[in-house]
Design a protein around this ligand. Structure first.
Ligand SMILES: C[S@@+](CC[C@H](N)C(=O)[O-])C[C@H]1O[C@@H](n2cnc3c(N)ncnc32)[C@H](O)[C@@H]1O
Length: 244
């Protein structure tokens, strides 16, 4: 392991906003923070918003700055990446941002029913042909709604036509309520087609996003309401339609 990574892992231990449960603490058993994020982590009852696969946590920190009346938790398995977000939140004293280092597969052991209001999925791997790994596949949506409030919202920002179109097909198949669908975020922004608030939120750029933008890939956005109980069906889907 490189020196820089070792230094970041060491510094991670000092961040009060960073939670790093051991595997045994979350593998098919409730973690001690489950149901206690409002009281123990944030000290308020404001809505909790997750960023799944947060990487360096640009959305977690950016949204926390913009919305002091909501709480944000970035979730990722890579500690050296989250170090960036946790350090910025610590240095700037952003008290409504936290980070959780864990596998997203364990998330239902970390949050209790109704504890989370919204989820952002930012530039996740499309997991082509790997339905059980894709973060918007029925298996993951079923996990999320175990701990989401009624009317909980999913936001998906991606450069991947595969992930965007798959998610749109799933939303359509299940007749979920769509709040927004944007095929080219920055083109719509330039043409003044987005509200000032939407423009501000969607212009937060992540590390991966900057890389994809430099390659000329359009960035898409989809947000929808995740219903509480209806069975979620997979869409009819041709895996070969989109190469990435
Ligand atoms: C392509 S990167 C995007 C990172 C960041 N959102 C960005 O846009 O720069 C995907 C991130 O998801 C994380 N990730 C992927 N699968 C995961 C899982 N099952 N549990 C936790 N993190 C995961 C990876 O560690 C990685 O940081």
């Amino acid at each position: 392991m490189g020196k820089d990574k070792i230094r970041r892992f060491e510094e991670n231990k000092s961040f009060k906003c960073l939670y790093q449960p051991d595997f045994e603490e979350v593998f098919r058993r409730d973690h001690e923070m489950k149901g206690r994020w409002h009281a123990e982590c944030f000290g308020n009852e404001n809505p909790i918003v997750l960023e799944l696969g947060c990487g360096r946590g640009e959305y977690t920190v950016g949204l926390a700055r913009k919305y002091p009346d909501k709480n944000f938790i970035g979730v990722d398995i890579k500690g050296a990446r989250m170090w960036r977000g946790a350090k910025t939140a610590t240095e700037e004293g952003i008290s409504n941002a936290a980070f959780l280092r864990t596998r997203i597969e364990f998330i239902e052991w970390l949050f209790s029913p109704g504890e989370v209001s919204e989820i952002w999925i930012t530039f996740a791997d499309p997991q082509i042909r790997r339905d059980n790994k894709r973060l918007t596949a029925p298996m993951f949506l079923d996990r999320y709604r175990k701990f989401m409030k009624p009317g909980g919202i999913i936001h998906l920002k991606t450069d991947s036509p595969y992930l965007h179109e798959y998610s749109c097909a799933l939303v359509k198949k299940n007749q979920f309520e769509v709040l927004a669908e944007i095929k080219d975020v920055y083109s719509d922004m330039e043409r003044g087609m987005l509200s000032p608030e939407m423009s501000e939120i969607l212009s937060i750029k992540t590390h991966y996003e900057q890389h994809f933008l430099s390659q000329g890939h359009p960035i898409t956005y989809l947000s929808f309401v995740l219903p509480e109980d209806k069975k979620i069906a997979a869409p009819e889907w041709n895996h070969d339609l989109y190469p990435r």
